[in-house]
Design a protein around this ligand. Structure first.
Ligand SMILES: N[C@@H](CCC(=O)N[C@@H](CS)C(=O)NCC(=O)O)C(=O)O
Length: 208
């Protein structure tokens, strides 16, 4: 049994989706970020960074970092067909785009939505949020260019990287602008939203 500490609309969406795609047995622990449950010493014992998601594996071992969870879960449950295998040339692209999104897109999203975590930086640089929004747009345009070469991030087949992209694109501060600016990303997101497992977990997250 897996336990995923998460909160609605957060980075817990993608590992939750892979657990569901895999048909794994799991429970969710809803961490109330508004009430500051992630700041308690009990939660910090799970993740010293006081962030969700946190995944407890069936052997009791603990993982943080959503991208690592997604990669590990998709490899652990190969039957869900969401991770190119090591021998597949698409594997390198898959890892490239997972890391690109985790480092760049997720990071900039945090600077837009969780800027409260850096109060002194926001005070010193009031334009920090706007800069982060520009960063998001430039990262999305790089992903959009990639999707002019192949239908999905890792190549011909959908992968866990497209689920990760759906999560991050759904956080875009101006959803109405996303479709005209990034039609290929929007098309991938539309397809991924229709996957039964993704639809199912979104009843909880209400990401869209
Ligand atoms: N690099 C981490 C980032 C996790 C993260 O920043 N989570 C946010 C929610 S999306 C959070 O828990 N923020 C707590 C806060 O705002 O104080 C990951 O990918 O798991």
């Amino acid at each position: 049994m897996f336990t995923l500490y998460t909160a609605r609309k957060t980075g817990g969406f993608a590992p939750h989706a892979i657990l569901e795609e895999a048909g794994a047995t799991y429970t969710l622990e809803n961490v109330d970020l508004q009430a500051g449950e992630h700041l308690t010493s009990a939660f910090r014992a799970l993740n010293p960074l006081a962030q969700v998601p946190v995944l407890i594996r069936p052997d009791g071992a603990l993982m943080t970092e959503s991208a690592a969870m997604v990669i590990w879960l998709a490899d652990t449950f190969p039957q869900c067909g969401l991770a190119p295998r090591q021998q597949d040339p698409a594997r390198a692209d898959y890892l490239h785009w997972m890391t690109f999104m985790a480092v760049n897109l997720y990071g900039a999203g945090l600077r837009v939505y969780h800027a409260n975590v850096y109060p002194s930086a926001v005070k010193a640089h009031p334009g920090l949020r706007d800069l982060a929004r520009q960063e998001i747009d430039s990262y999305l345009s790089i992903i959009e260019r990639r999707l002019s070469e192949t239908p999905f991030l890792a190549g011909e087949q959908p992968s866990a990287a497209d689920i990760y992209l759906l999560m991050l694109a759904s956080w875009h501060p101006a959803q109405a602008e996303l479709q005209p600016q990034c039609p290929r990303i929007s098309a991938v997101c539309t397809q991924i939203r229709q996957r039964p497992a993704v639809k199912h977990i979104n009843e909880w997250h209400k990401l869209w």
